[in-house]
Design a protein around this ligand. Structure first.
Ligand code: AMP
Length: 278
């Protein structure tokens, strides 16, 4: 496994890599959710490239960039065990050299939910992913369904800008109590960690309602709000039923729909979602 930090170095080696190339962008502090993406990429690619880069431009000024958990050596040994071919771990100065001034804005979808609460977040995500796609030139890039709005933003960008790769979404990997795995779960103390599972319970409840034939979206959103509201340590940001491509609130459930939820548990922000149509 090669560990590369320079863009020129990576591009020079790239011509020797067997195709298809599968790219897995991450911010490191790897867990089984990341590993699921890596395994899917390994199954479907001749060369697997995992990037580890805590992207400063997707964090707001009051967010957790400075204290985002990092464990580079451990990450490298996890990726080695998964038979990854290349780890690309650039510095911020390599990705954003002095004078950097070009940004990718995906309009519409980024004004809703996560985009509304975290202004500039998706601009940072779309820009860094564009750069990684150009640097690595993969046939496929793998993203977690856990960050469903991110998947939708990246798919829209790839479609609108005619980028030559496929975006694959990998199902969310969960802890035993249903909490979606996330590097940010490391911030939770004992009682917060126990309370955080309420997001999964709320999503599961609406999925059950849907399976039982309920098609009343107000009832379903209210059900999520009520369940999350029962946990004193959890403060809801939003709970809604949306179109998984546009993230617009859906008015009828004839088409595939996604239940989404975001909340703060202490100072930790968690998001999760569940498709209703399966
Ligand atoms: P991050 O390092 O948090 O930026 O995540 C890197 C990639 O892993 C993103 O595409 C995430 O959606 C994905 N990911 C994070 N947590 C999970 C999870 N629990 N299950 C599946 N994918 C995940």
């Amino acid at each position: 496994m090669e560990v590369i930090s320079g863009i020129g170095e990576l591009k020079a080696l790239r011509s020797c890599w067997m195709r298809p190339i599968g790219l897995v962008p991450t911010m490191g502090y790897l867990h089984d959710g990341h590993v699921a993406l890596v395994r899917r990429a390994r199954e479907e690619s001749k060369t697997v490239v995992v990037t580890i880069f805590v992207n400063p431009t997707q964090f707001g000024p009051s967010e957790d960039f400075g204290c985002y958990p990092r464990a580079f050596e451990r990450d490298v040994s996890i990726l080695q065990a998964e038979a990854v071919d290349v780890v690309f771990a650039p510095s911020s100065a390599v990705m954003y050299p002095e004078g950097f001034s070009t940004w990718v804005e995906v309009e519409g979808i980024t004004s809703r939910f996560e985009g509304a609460i975290r202004p500039g977040h998706f601009r940072g995500v779309a820009t860094v992913c564009s750069k990684l796609f150009n640097i690595v030139d993969p046939e496929r890039a793998y993203f977690g369904q856990k960050d469903a709005q991110q998947v939708a933003v990246i798919r829209k960008m790839v479609q609108d800008l005619n980028m030559n790769l496929d975006i694959e979404a990998v199902p969310t990997v969960r802890e035993a109590d249903g909490l979606a795995m996330s590097s940010r779960n490391a911030y939770l103390n004992g009682p917060e960690r126990a309370a955080a599972a309420v997001l999964f319970r709320a999503l599961s409840a609406v999925q059950e309602m849907y399976r039982a034939g309920c098609r009343d979206m107000t009832k379903m959103s209210n059900c999520m709000r009520r369940i999350v509201g029962e946990e004193k340590l959890v403060e809801l940001d939003y709970a809604a039923i949306v179109d998984p491509a546009s993230f617009e609130v859906v008015n009828s459930l004839e088409h595939p729909a996604l239940a989404i939820v975001a909340a703060r548990v202490g100072s930790t922000r968690l998001i999760d979602n569940m498709p209703l149509h399966v």
